[in-house]
Design a protein around this ligand. Sequence first.
Ligand SMILES: C[S@@+](CC[C@H](N)C(=O)[O-])C[C@H]1O[C@@H](n2cnc3c(N)ncnc32)[C@H](O)[C@@H]1O
Length: 201
Amino acid sequence: MKLKEMNKKLAFAISEIERFHEYQKDDERVNPKTSYYGYIPFGIYEYSYLVGRIRDIIVKREIPLSQIKFLEVGCGIGVKMTVAQEILGIYPEQLEGIEIDSNMVALSENFTRSKVHNIDAFDFKNYSNFNIIYYYVPIANRELECKLERLIEDNLKVGSFIIAIGKQDTEFRTSKKYIIHYRDRDPEYSGHRQIIEKIAN
Ligand SMILES: C[S@@+](CC[C@H](N)C(=O)[O-])C[C@H]1O[C@@H](n2cnc3c(N)ncnc32)[C@H](O)[C@@H]1O
């Protein structure tokens, strides 16, 4: 079997695993009390492409991959962390996750062998420790989601990247603190994707 074909099959198997765990919590996409989304996985093909783009930038800048720290906000079962680990060629110790659903945390820690914090993303204090932060719109309420996005951006180190899927806040675009390396799809679409880099404080 050719490598490309093998990768396609592997990606398909991963999507099936993610689909199996989708909405396991309570059959609801959104928690009515908090407005937090349940586990709705983002497509693995496009995700892999975005991580690969960041890898290319890092390699081009000659930043050692051994120094990279990756964080997934709302990591669910941890599949995306493991895929990032493979694409970036880094160790489990270089990745961390945040996940509010404790059932998911047990699965993701077991799966990734990385640290997964079982807390609300609003209570996480170490966003500044990471070079790459990934999220797929964890909160359905627009105002709250924007608040979380700003919390991450305000704490982000200069030179760090965000892979933002379905980002709700658009104000950052007029700020000189960020550059957008990649943007795809209509900003109104929930799967709108961007690679953002913080370039100034
Ligand atoms: C839309 S799913 C994305 C899953 C995964 N990141 C992906 O890209 O496939 C959102 C995830 O964020 C978690 N989540 C939602 N609100 C959260 C919060 N405030 N703090 C931490 N995790 C949260 C959910 O339990 C769910 O696993």
